[in-house]
Structure formats: structure tokens, C-alpha cells
Design a protein around this ligand. Structure first.
Ligand SMILES: *Cc1c(COP(=O)(O)O)cnc(C)c1O
Length: 431
């Protein structure tokens, strides 16, 4: 399978090269050259397939031949070593829980898959790859955990000092081995700027292989399409009109769902649920796409002013506004509405959601009002204890900490403090 750049100014390339590069040389996102739908029987017989088999069939066309069958199967088995339960609230709404991985965020699957692919590709190479990633909280932990102990890969995470939660900081800074945390005296935007500068710094890139691990990377983005197939497997016998509500920030997850649909998954509609960072909600209303600086909300993993994966979505629908609108609805909510939803979900269903899942729930409810025969699967993208203060404050109950969180609580933080880009460069050149 070849991948092309959505900016159309870079040569087509292989999966391997797209994973190692992250972004194309013309700064475009990579996209697969073709998508061949899976046979109808695959979906008819999905009950007979394990999660690993579903994942293998779904992703192999994108990854082969560069990762041979047996190696790909091993990577998938290793990546998907936890559960993806579906919890039905009522006949219209379910939560698909994507938080049972090691850092309790849905990003674990993409990060683990990408880490294993990169590990596979650097196996026979002497040249080490450095994954450089800026995080506002969740990405860093998932990437750090995903890459822990992967040979030939070093990970450097930049995070803004004092601006991630205690649990998130522990998840980033306590792993050691091939993972280094740099604590930046600044904001998330400062971290992001330093990372971008590094990728453009030929003085650095001539001396080392640098890549990124956010959802622009095809190996982090594509495996997210598994979720939608797992939910379909769990619910298709009971419900014939399945739609998905996806709490969206950079729109990688919802775009992966659309890839599953392109592969033939019988799903009728997607709902992108937004907080007040609602450039896509407004686009679908007005036809004007106007990125804005992000505003801070309680669902902070979705505080994105210019979603990086939206160009991929536009490509899937041939840049046709009407076609997109037929397949995608979008709604946006304030923090107050999100808190009220957390409370409602708890009171009505004794289910503890996190703020991102609550935004997804609100989007589902809005859609169902005009489509009462739909069954809407809300992707619950993080465990509520990652946002403990807000959740406990709203539901007025203590929430038990799961083992993944307890495990990091007592560990000792290890981070290197930096102030400027030149500190980052000095670190990278001299480590
Ligand atoms: C990253 C993240 C999102 C947003 O996912 P996108 O693929 O960027 O749209 C939603 N919820 C949580 C908890 C996340 O960490």
C-alpha cells in the first residue's frame, strides 16, 4: 500500500516511510492511496471473529507487505491486550469504554501499535529513532507507556510545568528506561512550538532521525478504526441502526471511524461531539471553516482550535460539503452543560462518565431526538479518575482509583527542567 500527501507536493511513499517520517516533506498528512472494502461476509460473520482477527483483517491492506503476516499478528495481539466493553444505558445509547489500557486513555491503542511498528522497522537498523512529542496531558502518558522498552527508539516528552494533572505527570515522569520527560517552563503551546522547531532544524535532523507520535502519524491514527468494529460486533444483533458519537479534538478518532465505514462497516452516521472549541460544529452550520485559538475547558483533551485530521475527513468525502453533512453531525457544549450531563448520567444510569464521555453523551442525545430509532454508541475516551476533581465534585461521591492509577501514585518523578528551544537542542545533541 502506498501513502500520498494530502498537500500533493511530496512523492508517494510506503507505510514504513510514512510511519518514520510522521508528516510528509511538504507538511501534508499521509493518506492511503486506495481503500478496498472488506467482503460482506466479514461483517456477517463478525461474531465468529476475535478482536485480534478483526483488527488483522481490517488493517492488513494498509500495513502489508512491509510488516509480514506473522509479525503483524503479533503486534496486534500485543497492542490489544485489554478489554473494550460496551455498556448499554438504554435502547438508544451505549458507552464503548476505551479506557482499559495502561494509561486509561483511548490513545493507548494507537500509541502501542505505532510503537511496535516503529520497533519492528528499527530492528535491523543501527540508527536510533527519536520520538519527540509535546503533550497537554494524555498523549504523553500513552506514548511513554506505549514505547517503554522498545529497542532502537528513544522518546522525549515535553510537558508544560504545573499545567498537567498530578496523575498525568506521574504517568510521564516515572518510567525511565528509554523515556525522558522534559518539564518546560511555559505553556503547552511553547512545548508544541519547540517540537515543531526541532523538526525544521536541519542541524538536528541531519544528525538524528526524529519523528512525531500524535495522530498525524498513520500508525497512531489507523488502528483506532478497530474500536468501531468491536462495538459493531457487540451490538449488531440487537440494533440495526448503529451510529457513533465521538468526543472530538483533533478529529483523528472520528476520522478512523469513517475509515471503518469505508471498509464496509454498516454504520449510518457519525456525530462529532465538541466542547466550546467548535470549529467543525460551526463549519457544518455555516460552511465557513474558521480555525481559532483554543479555549480551556474541563474536557481539555479536546481543546483544539484547528483540528489536524479534518483534512483527512474532507478527503474521504471528496471535499463535498453535502456528502460530508449526510454522514456527519456535530454539536458543541459548554462546561456547565457537560457537568450537568455527568450528573444526569450518574443519576439516571448509575454510570460514572468522564467529561469527554459526557460531551459524547450530549451529542448522542441531540441526534436521537430527531432519530429515535438510532442506537448511538458514545466513545468513552478516558477513565473518570483521570479527571477526579471535576467528577467527584459533580457527582458528590468518591470514585475508586483503578490499579493503573494507583501503580504510578507512589513513584518518584524524574524530569529535566528546560526553558528554551536551545535547552532542548543541547539536550538532544548531548544525551
Ligand atoms: C485525545 C482525546 C480526545 C480527542 O480525540 P481526537 O482523536 O483528537 O479527536 C478525546 N478524549 C480524550 C480523553 C482524549 O485523550
Amino acid at each position: 500500500m502506498k501513502f500520498f500527501s494530502l498537500n500533493n507536493q511530496a512523492p508517494e511513499t510506503t507505510f514504513k516511510d510514512a510511519v518514520i517520517k510522521g508528516l510528509a516533506p511538504d507538511k501534508g498528512l499521509y493518506f492511503p492511496d486506495s481503500i478496498t472494502p472488506l467482503p460482506k461476509e466479514f461483517f456477517e460473520n463478525i461474531d465468529d471473529l476475535s478482536h485480534n482477527e478483526i483488527a488483522y483483517q481490517a488493517i492488513k491492506q494498509f500495513v502489508s507487505p512491509e510488516i509480514p503476516e506473522d509479525d503483524l499478528k503479533a503486534i496486534i495481539e500485543d497492542t490489544l491486550s485489554f478489554d473494550f466493553p460496551v455498556v448499554e444505558l438504554n435502547k438508544n445509547i451505549s458507552f464503548l469504554e476505551l479506557f482499559h489500557g495502561p494509561t486509561m486513555a483511548f490513545k493507548d491503542v494507537g500509541a502501542r501499535f505505532m510503537a511496535r511498528c516503529l520497533g519492528y522497522f528499527s530492528k535491523d537498523s543501527d540508527e536510533e529513532v527519536t520520538v519527540l512529542v509535546a503533550t497537554s496531558g494524555d498523549t504523553g502518558g500513552a506514548v511513554a507507556n506505549g514505547f517503554l522498552g522498545v529497542k532502537g527508539v528513544k522518546v522525549v516528552i515535553l510537558y508544560p510545568s504545573g499545567k498537567v494533572s498530578d496523575i498525568q505527570e506521574k504517568q510521564l515522569t516515572t518510567l525511565k528506561k528509554n523515556i525522558t520527560a522534559l518539564e518546560v517552563n511555559g505553556t503547552f503551546d511553547d512545548c508544541q512550538d519547540m517540537v515543531k522547531k526541532a523538526f525544521l532544524d536541519e542541524n538536528l535532523t541531519s544528525k538524528m532521525k526524529l519523528t512525531s507520535a500524535n495522530s498525524i502519524n498513520v500508525a497512531r491514527w489507523l488502528p483506532q478504526l478497530f474500536y468501531f468494529m468491536f462495538a459493531y460486533k457487540a451490538l449488531h444483533k440487537k440494533y440495526s441502526n448503529i451510529v457513533f458519537s465521538v468526543p472530538s479534538g483533533n478529529f483523528g478518532n472520528v476520522c478512523a471511524g469513517m475509515m471503518a465505514q469505508q471498509l464496509g462497516l454498516p454504520v449510518n452516521h457519525f456525530i462529532a461531539s465538541n466542547n466550546q472549541n467548535n470549529v467543525v460544529t460551526r463549519y457544518l452550520e455555516t460552511k465557513d471553516y474558521e480555525p481559532k485559538p483554543s479555549v480551556q475547558t474541563i474536557s481539555n483533551a479536546m481543546d483544539v482550535g484547528n483540528p489536524s485530521n479534518f483534512v483527512r475527513i474532507q478527503n474521504i468525502y471528496n471535499n463535498d460539503f453535502e456528502q460530508l453533512k449526510e454522514n456527519l453531525s456535530s454539536f458543541s457544549y459548554t462546561d456547565e452543560e457537560t457537568k450537568a450531563a455527568l450528573k444526569e448520567i450518574y443519576n439516571d444510569f448509575t454510570y460514572v462518565a468522564d467529561p469527554h464521555g459526557a460531551v459524547g453523551y450530549l451529542g448522542a442525545k441531540a441526534y436521537i431526538e430527531s432519530h429515535p430509532d438510532a442506537h448511538c454508541v458514545c466513545l468513552e475516551t478516558a477513565h473518570p479518575t483521570k479527571f477526579l476533581d471535576i467528577v467527584e465534585d459533580v457527582i458528590r461521591e468518591n470514585v475508586a482509583l483503578p490499579p493503573q492509577i494507583l501503580k504510578v501514585m507512589g513513584k518518584k518523578k524524574k524530569a529535566i527542567a528546560i526553558d528554551t528551544y536551545s535547552d532542548l537542542k543541547t539536550y538532544l545533541l548531548n544525551r
